[in-house]
Design a binder for this molecule. Structure first.
Ligand code: NAD
Ligand code: UDP
Length: 337
């Protein structure tokens, strides 16, 4: 019995593949390399010192999926594949709906056909939208999202909920990630964004290495301890380990569940800059500029449901997140190129 990992060559997927393989799971990986490189796959294979089947396939390709389910005995799917750039989703919303929502529907159909009815899905804290106060809890209202990317995550959660209602054999565990940062401690795999990064941590590390000049800090007039936005940063390896627990939970349960994966602690932009400088002995020049549209002031999790249901808790602190990011960035100044 194997675990299919869609989007397994991406940032979170590659770290999860390593942890699953190290824990002894049989895995099958699928990716279309839209936002990742074969070099990531090569390095993952090297890290785990073992092989596993890989399919270059698109989740919208029903025939391709059918073949994967036919050739492998898959019991559960961890579904990472999707487009994730918030700004881009505003410009090309249909691509986001087709890829994320359409792709997930095609995947679920292929799964049902093959009698595989268990999915762990990459959702996001973005589904909590603008109106909920932190700490964010799973029973708060969701859906008041501010962009098409967030809407795809919200829609997929709802679709999976309907699917579980329609068929009591289905299981869907929607993991609402907070802000994943960091890299594998080996420094061989990590986050490799195309072009200028949208997210804070890759921007910080590219400034530190001299690839970018200065970090723009979006807003210093928020109602937070230093005026800059507060987020719940979580080490990507902790996040990957959360998927192992969610997988075990999915194998033993049926029905729909949403679970936060965060640390429960919020750090501001300036906190993160300071932590990065201190942990790595580098400088991160920055300047203040206007707020970014759609940003909330504060967003952090109540992680207690994950501890209760999955027995999982984030273990790695902010210093380790900063050190591991820097090890990856300084060993690979040009990412996987
Ligand atoms: P990523 O872009 O690094 O990985 C996604 C992978 O999916 C890529 O390798 C890409 O090539 C692949 N992919 C995309 N569309 C595909 C398709 N149609 N068929 C097959 N493969 C496809 O992103 P990530 O940061 O690893 O995120 C993984 C998942 O977690 C995504 O669904 C993302 O929306 C979600 N998520 C990410 C964050 C974050 O901050 N990184 C936060 C919350 C949720
Ligand atoms: N941010 C920033 N400069 C950047 C990128 C991000 O000041 O170049 C801020 C952003 O306004 C937010 C925090 O850093 O307060 C985290 O942003 P990110 O895009 O990484 O995550 P998200 O907003 O999706 O939580």
């Amino acid at each position: 019995m194997a675990v299919l990992i869609t989007g397994g060559c991406g940032y979170i997927g590659s770290h999860t593949v390593v942890e699953l393989k190290n824990a002894g799971f049989d895995i099958v990986v699928l990716d279309n390399f839209y936002n990742s490189k074969p070099e990531a796959l090569r390095r993952v294979r090297e890290l785990v010192k073992g092989d596993f089947p890989f399919y270059e396939c698109d989740i919208r390709d029903a025939e391709g999926l059918r073949r994967i389910f036919k050739e492998n005995s898959i019991e559960v799917v961890i579904h990472f594949a999707g487009l994730k750039a918030v700004g881009e989703s505003v410009t090309i919303p249909l691509e986001y709906f087709e890829n994320n929502v359409g792709g997930t529907v095609t995947l679920c159909k292929a799964m049902s056909e093959a009698g595989c009815k268990k999915m762990v899905f990459s959702s996001s804290a973005t589904v909590y939208g603008m109106n909920n106060p932190s700490p964010l809890k799973e029973d708060m209202p969701v859906g008041a999202v501010t962009n098409p990317y967030g809407r795809t995550k919200y829609f997929i959660e709802e679709i999976l909920g309907d699917l579980c209602k329609s068929d009591s054999e289905w299981t869907a565990v929607c993991l609402r990630y907070f802000n994943p940062i960091g890299a594998h401690q080996s420094g061989t795999i990590g986050e490799d964004p195309n072009g200028i990064p949208n997210n804070l941590m890759p921007y910080i590390s590219q400034v530190a290495i001299g690839k970018l000049d200065k970090l723009p800090v979006f807003g210093n007039d928020y109602d937070t301890h230093d005026g800059t936005g507060v987020r719940d940063y979580i080490h990507v390896v902790d996040l990957a380990l959360g998927h192992l627990r969610a997988l075990e939970y999915a194998l033993e349960h049926t029905g729909w569940e949403a679970i936060n994966l965060g640390t429960g602690t919020g750090y501001s932009v300036l906190d993160l800059i300071n932590a990065f400088e201190k942990a790595n002995g580098v400088r991160v020049p920055h300047y203040f500029t206007s707020r970014r549209e759609g940003d909330v002031a504060v967003c952090y999790s109540d992680p207690s449901k994950a501890e209760r249901l999955l027995g999982w808790k984030a273990a790695r602190g902010i210093e380790e997140m900063c050190r591991d990011t820097w090890r990856w960035q300084s060993k690979n100044p040009r990412g996987y190129e």
